[in-house]
Write a protein that binds this ligand. Structure first.
Ligand code: IDP
Ligand code: MG
Length: 136
């Protein structure tokens, strides 16, 4: 059955800073993702706090929000069959040390906080996150 989905992907500041934008986009394209929307922006800390609100009780919340707003990011809407889970697979584990070969975080992640990419974790959150960055 066809289940074309969209998911939100972010190339985080550590990867943008190292000029990995094109390499990471190519990894998405090689797996059959279409990049439907994209923009390079820098967000305010308050926007990062709103985006990562699910993590507000976590000890790393403040650092996480400071980090996501610390430099330019590339926000993208990716589309493919089962895009949400497919993107999670391509990203790899949250901690690059645990990420499998062939994943973005294995290849480019530096540490659990500087792990190069964000991806929505469910179709419901994908809709919310896409709407957060691309309201129109
Ligand atoms: P995910 O990005 O793989 O979905 P989440 O658990 O949703 O992982 O966490 C969001 C982000 O918070 C992670 O990508 C990572 O940058 C950061 N993070 C998660 N766990 C830790 C931690 O234990 N210490 C520091 N940062 C963390
Ligand atoms: Mg997450």
């Amino acid at each position: 059955m066809n289940n074309t989905e969209q998911t939100l992907s972010i190339i985080k500041p550590d990867a943008v800073e190292r000029n990995l934008e094109n390499e990471i986009k190519q990894m998405f394209k090689d797996k059959g993702f279409q990049i439907i929307r994209e923009k390079k922006i820098q967000i305010e800390k308050s926007e990062a706090e709103s985006f990562y609100k699910v993590h507000e009780t976590k000890p790393f919340y403040n650092d996480l929000c400071a980090y996501l707003s610390s430099g330019p990011i590339v926000v993208m809407v990716l589309e493919k069959e089962n895009a949400v889970v497919g993107n999670r697979e391509l990203m790899g584990a949250t901690n690059p040390k645990d990420a499998l070969d062939g994943t973005i975080r294995k290849k480019y992640g530096i540490s659990i906080d500087k792990n190069s990419v964000h991806g929505s974790d469910s179709p419901e959150n994908a809709k919310i996150e896409i709407n957060f960055f691309f309201k129109d």
